[in-house]
Design a protein around this ligand. Structure first.
Ligand SMILES: CCCCCCCC/C=C\CCCCCCCCCC(=O)SCCNC(=O)CCNC(=O)[C@H](O)C(C)(C)COP(=O)(O)OP(=O)(O)OC[C@H]1O[C@@H](n2cnc3c(N)ncnc32)[C@H](O)[C@@H]1OP(=O)(O)O
Ligand SMILES: Cc1cc2nc3c(=O)[nH]c(=O)nc-3n(C[C@H](O)[C@H](O)[C@H](O)COP(=O)(O)OP(=O)(O)OC[C@H]3O[C@@H](n4cnc5c(N)ncnc54)[C@H](O)[C@@H]3O)c2cc1C
Length: 666
């Protein structure tokens, strides 16, 4: 039986101070009591699977052993999940995703199977294609990934070099990788795990190029797992993080696949080689839109993990004296520490709230597309790009801030903050590089600005541009609602400036594309300001909406958090607000005080707020962040697991050190 340890006294006291019902907040964050119960039940089952406990911490394994262990454990996880789902409802994707952390310390080699392979079959396949591949993929009789990026191109996907040439005689596509730069590079699980992949390739029919399309390709034998003839596949090697994601490379040499393997929900190739255009060629990019939406949720979760670790640690850790002769204080009582940490909690809430409405908007567009309506697609694309970019970037900054807030111990692998950082920082690049996605949104914003100038009705997320043009800046008040308007004014002002800069360059004789490049720093700033306005507006609206359905004590805390988020960003971007809104220097002084008041109001609830994220110790994997707060004991226990501590004298002493010292003495 596992030993039950006493909970750290500071944490006990912190939990007693909490002014709201932690469980109520957990249900709210999860999306309902039932979801929480399902998640806890599943996590509890996993906790008791003996084979999932690591004898040696993963960090001490070699690259190869670590991968093999991750495959072993993912297979067990999948079996446990299958058994669970036989008896009960199908687990929600978010719950299975969270539970995965309890099993795989880093990123699962099957990550892309559930994250992109299955969704692409759903989003890009015809009903017949779905009927053929989905049951097998969902049951994991076939395992796949999403192979789009190549050595030469990741961002500019129209420039991909893998070719799929149609042969009408045999009704097959012939896949080729003509150059080293055309090799697929990066897909998760591709290295040595998957047997199928979605390959994105340039379609050629009778010598004519028809752009990029997705093809479902079997790359390994289902029995022997050997690469099929014509396939060159392998792993790309160690990275900054993603140690067990098994990212791979892939090349084709005259590799044939049947015609039916082109995913044809959008464009089609008929038997005789006739190409039938889809409603909109950008629908081929649909999986990326979905994943970008999900990354907002992912960013919320990583921020919550880091906040949980750093807040609990800050409550347990005592260092320095505030006043002479008084005991050393809990570091959470330093205002600078609260400044580092409470924004982490609020940011996670901001992203969760944003994900809630963004996901609904995504579902609405999918439903519309089913009815051949695509009016809201450009707005969704613009929103998913800038919100993915901003949420992943903010999450990266916050996780690093939490690590720094844990001092030296935050640098220990056993704090788990390095792995969480490796993950969040990767998300800034994958699924559309940060700057590139901000520029996609800027493209939309320039069009929206033009429409606003022409007096047209705009989509809801940019409607503030019309208001801004119509009215003069409203009188400033230090209320969340007016501050959000201030953020919209900043965005509108920056959008206008970027637009004017482009026009100026064009008037000076530049091509539009060169003018765009010359204005692109202003364009990304406009996009960032738009994201912040959207995040603050959505977070405030959702908080107001939910506040009426929760207990008054919880509503109060939620209100403190949203205010903190808004005031924090006001102070961070005060310069912009001074330029583009009616805020005055005196207002900033008032808001500085307000910010300090909010830190003080949140302080007694800090531990309760991170407890409400309900991230189990198995998922957190952190010596610093466990529920019981046994920080020092755990650090020592983990250190004792180092293989270097298994013998009193390491062999390197006899081999190298002893002769070296001897020589040095002479
Ligand atoms: C209930 C579910 C809950 C689940 C929660 C669970 C949480 C799980 C969380 C996460 C799971 C994630 C798992 C997956 C991990 C992912 C690992 C990483 C995988 C990858 O990285 S895959 C590779 C990704 N690659 C990219 O993103 C490439 C980036 N590049 C591009 O997207 C494009 O090339 C481009 C957009 C930059 C440019 O394309 P291009 O064709 O050149 O287009 P333009 O000329 O610029 O624009 C033309 C026109 O098209 C519009 N447009 C562009 N893209 C889209 C789109 N996707 N949709 C709609 N429209 C689009 C663009 O705006 C232009 O319009 P305009 O002419 O201006 O009107
Ligand atoms: C951990 C990880 C996992 C991944 N998993 C997968 C996967 O499973 N499947 C898959 O297909 N891919 C995957 N990728 C690839 C990923 O999607 C690409 O790396 C990403 O889209 C960025 O493309 P790139 O590497 O070509 O960067 P580049 O485009 O070469 O970026 C380099 C620099 O150029 C700048 N730049 C590029 N174009 C422009 C422009 N138009 N305007 C201004 N600046 C520009 C960028 O801002 C950046 O600063 C993964 C990547 C990582 C890191």
């Amino acid at each position: 039986m596992a030993t039950v340890h006493k909970i750290n006294e500071d944490l006990v006291k912190e939990r007693q101070k909490c002014t709201f019902n932690v469980q109520e907040l957990t249900y709210l964050l999860d999306g309902g009591e039932e979801v929480t119960k399902e998640r806890r039940e599943f996590e509890n089952i996993l906790r008791n699977v003996k084979e999932l406990q690591d004898e040696v911490p993963e960090v001490y394994l070699s690259h190869k052993e670590r991968y093999e262990n991750a495959v072993r454990k993912t297979c067990i996880l999948q079996n446990v999940r299958n058994d669970f789902e036989k008896k009960r409802e199908v687990l929600s994707p978010r719950n299975i995703f969270r539970a995965g952390y309890a099993v795989i310390k880093d990123v699962s080699p099957f990550f892309l199977h559930n994250g992109m392979f299955v969704p692409t079959i759903i989003g890009q396949g015809t009903p017949e294609q779905q009927a053929e591949w989905l049951p097998k993929a969902k049951a994991m009789a076939i395992i796949g990934t999403y192979a789009q990026t190549e050595l030469g191109h990741g961002t500019f996907i129209r420039g991909l070099e893998t070719t799929a040439t149609y042969d009408a005689k045999t009704e097959e596509f012939i896949l080729n990788s003509p150059k080293v730069t055309s090799y697929k590079w990066w897909p998760g699980g591709l290295g040595t795990t998957v047997n199928h992949c979605i390959t994105v390739a340039q379609l050629y029919i009778n010598g004519k190029k028809y752009g990029i399309h997705p093809f479902i390709v079997q790359i390994r034998d289902l029995e022997t797992h050997k690469p099929l003839p014509g396939i060159k596949v392998g792993e790309i090697g160690p990275k900054m993080g993603f140690a067990t994601a098994n990212n791979g490379f892939l090349g084709f040499q005259n590799f044939r696949i049947p015609r039916k393997n082109m995913l044809m929900k959008n464009a089609q190739v008929l038997k005789d080689g006739t190409f039938v255009k889809g409603m909109n060629e950008k629908l081929t990019y649909g999986t990326m839109v979905m994943v970008r939406v999900n990354i907002v949720s992912d960013s919320a979760f990583h921020t919550a993990m880091a906040a949980t670790i750093a807040v609990r640690y800050a409550a347990v850790r005592h260092q320095s004296q505030l006043k002479a002769k008084e005991p050393e204080v809990q570091i959470i009582d330093y205002l600078t520490q609260q400044h580092k940490l409470f924004i982490a909690i609020a940011t996670s809430h901001a992203f969760s709230n944003t994900y809630t409405w963004l996901y609904q908007a995504y579902l609405k567009v999918v439903e519309d597309l089913g009815k051949q309506k695509q009016d809201h697609l450009p707005e969704l694309h613009a929103l998913s790009c800038c919100l993915k970019a901003t949420s992943s970037r903010d999450a990266g900054v916050i996780v690093e801030q939490c690590r720094l807030a844990c001092g030296g111990h935050g640098y220990m692998a056993s704090s788990n903050l390095p792995i969480i950082y490796g993950y969040t920082t990767a998300a800034i690049t994958y699924e559309g590089e940060h700057t590139v996605l901000l520029l996609q949104t800027a493209r939309y914003l320039m069009k929206a600005w033009m429409s606003a100038l022409e007096g047209k009705v705009l989509a809801p997320s940019v409607a503030y541009l019309v208001d801004w043009l119509k009215s003069d800046k409203q009188r400033w008040q230090n209320t969340p609602e007016v501050i959000v308007k201030g953020f919209q004014h900043v965005a509108a002002g920056k959008i206008k400036d970027a637009f004017d800069a482009i026009q100026k360059h064009v008037k000076a004789g530049k091509d539009y594309e060169d003018a765009w490049n010359l204005a692109s720093v202003q364009l990304i700033k406009a996009s960032e300001a738009h994201s912040r306005a959207i995040l603050c507006d959505g977070y405030l609206r959702e908080t107001v909406r939910t506040s009426s359905s929760v207990s008054p004590s919880l509503a109060k805390v939620l209100n403190h958090l949203v205010q903190l988020y808004i005031v924090y960003w006001t102070l961070e971007t005060a310069g912009d607000l001074l330029v583009y809104s009616n805020i005055g220097k005196d207002d900033i002084a008032v808001l500085k005080e307000k910010y300090e008041e909010l830190l003080a109001l949140i302080r007694p609830n800090a531990v309760g707020l991170v407890d409400a994220f309900d991230i189990s110790d198995e998922i957190l994997q952190s010596t610093l962040g466990s529920y019981d707060g046994r920080v020092y004991e755990r650090l020592m226990e983990e250190a004792m697991k180092s293989p270097l501590n298994k013998e009193p004298v390491n062999q390197s002493f006899h081999k190298y050190l002893k002769p070296f010292i001897k020589k040095a003495k002479l």
